[in-house]
Ligand binder design. Structure first.
Ligand SMILES: [Zn+2]
Length: 282
C-alpha cells in the first residue's frame, strides 16, 4: 500500500509533468470510484487547467484554475501513469501491474493521466478547492510527518499526551501524526533501537528526539528511492520504487538482522505487523 514517500513521489512527478495542462476529457470504466459522479466530475474538470499539485496525508490534490480540485486516493494498489507520444510504448508501461487502467484524464496536448488499480479501492473526487480541507479523511489527519512544524517540542507534547500508548501504535495513528505507515514505522524504530511495544512514556527525551530524527530521515531517504514497491506501487513512469532494496526489518521476519544477525521477529501492534530485532531494539 502506498505510504507517504510513495504518494509524495507521485505528487512531485505530477507537479513536473501535468501542471499547466488543460483537461480535455475524462474516461472511466469503474464509476463507483469517481465522485460525486462521472457527470459532475466531468462538468467540474473539463476545460480547466491544473495550477498546483500537492499532498494532504496520502491524498493527491490537483488544484484547477476554476476553484475546483481533483482529490485522488491510491488506497491499496492504485498508481498514476503519465503517458505521451514519446513514452507511451515504453517497457515500464508494459509491466503487468500497469495494466489495470480504470480511469483516464486526457489533456489538450494529448498527454494522458492514467489510474491503474488492480484491487479498485482507489478513488478520485472533483470538489470545490475550498472544501478539500474539510473532506473527513483529510480533516481528521494529525500533523504531517514531514512538516517543519513537527519539531522535537511538538513530538514531546504528543508523547506526553499519549504516553500510555505503545510507541509502535502511536506512530501509526494518522490522527496524531499523518504519514508514518507500517513500513516506515518498523524501519524508524529499528534504526532508533527502540522496541515497538515500549510505552511511549518510557522513552527518554534523548530517545524521543533520536526517534523523530530517524522518522524524518527514513521518509526522506525513501523519497530519494522513489518509495517502495513490494507489490503494486509504480511511479508515474510505470517504474518500481527501490526502497525495498535497503530495508532493515520490514517484511524480513525469520531472516537475520543486518546489524547483528539475530532473527527478525514480528508482532501485531495497531492491527498491523511491526517487525523488529530483539537484540538491537530495547
Ligand atoms: Zn539486530
Amino acid at each position: 500500500m502506498p505510504e507517504l514517500p510513495e504518494v509524495q513521489t507521485v505528487v512531485s512527478q505530477l507537479e513536473e509533468k501535468v501542471t499547466g495542462k488543460t483537461i480535455k476529457s475524462v474516461w472511466s470504466e469503474w464509476l463507483k470510484a469517481v465522485r460525486p459522479s462521472l457527470a459532475i466530475f466531468e462538468r467540474r474538470v473539463i476545460g480547466a487547467k491544473i495550477v498546483e499539485t500537492r499532498r494532504k496525508g496520502k491524498h493527491i490534490v490537483l488544484d484547477l484554475d476554476n476553484d475546483f480540485s481533483i482529490v485522488i486516493h491510491l488506497k491499496m494498489t492504485g498508481h498514476l501513469l503519465v503517458k505521451h507520444d514519446a513514452n507511451r510504448d515504453s517497457e515500464a508501461f508494459r509491466d503487468p501491474y500497469n495494466q489495470f487502467i480504470h480511469h483516464i484524464l486526457t489533456f489538450a496536448d494529448g498527454t494522458t493521466l492514467e489510474f491503474s488499480d488492480m484491487r479498485k479501492f482507489g478513488w478520485m473526487e472533483a470538489m470545490p478547492t475550498a472544501g478539500v480541507e474539510t473532506l473527513p479523511s483529510i480533516a481528521s489527519l494529525g500533523i504531517d510527518a514531514l512538516s517543519e512544524e513537527l519539531t522535537p517540542k511538538t513530538f514531546d507534547a504528543i508523547i506526553e499526551k499519549k504516553g500510555k500508548s505503545k510507541i509502535g501504535a502511536l506512530l501509526l495513528d494518522q490522527t496524531i501524526i499523518a504519514g508514518i505507515g507500517n513500513i516506515y514505522r518498523s524501519e524508524a524504530l529499528f534504526q532508533s533501537g527502540i522496541l515497538p511495544e515500549r510505552l511511549a512514556s518510557s522513552l527518554s527525551k534523548a530517545q524521543r528526539h533520536a526517534l523523530l530524527m530517524r522518522i524524518k530521515k527514513v521518509l526522506r531517504k525513501a523519497l530519494t528511492f522513489r518509495g517502495m514497491s513490494d507489490g503494486d506501487f509504480r511511479d508515474t513512469d510505470g517504474r518500481e520504487g527501490e526502497f525495498q532494496k535497503i530495508l532493515g526489518v520490514y517484511g524480513r521476519d525469520g531472516k537475520p538482522c543486518p546489524k547483528c544477525g539475530t532473527m527478525i521477529q514480528r508482532v501485531r501492534i495497531g492491527q498491523r505487523s511491526a517487525f523488529f530485532c530483539p537484540t538491537c531494539q530495547r
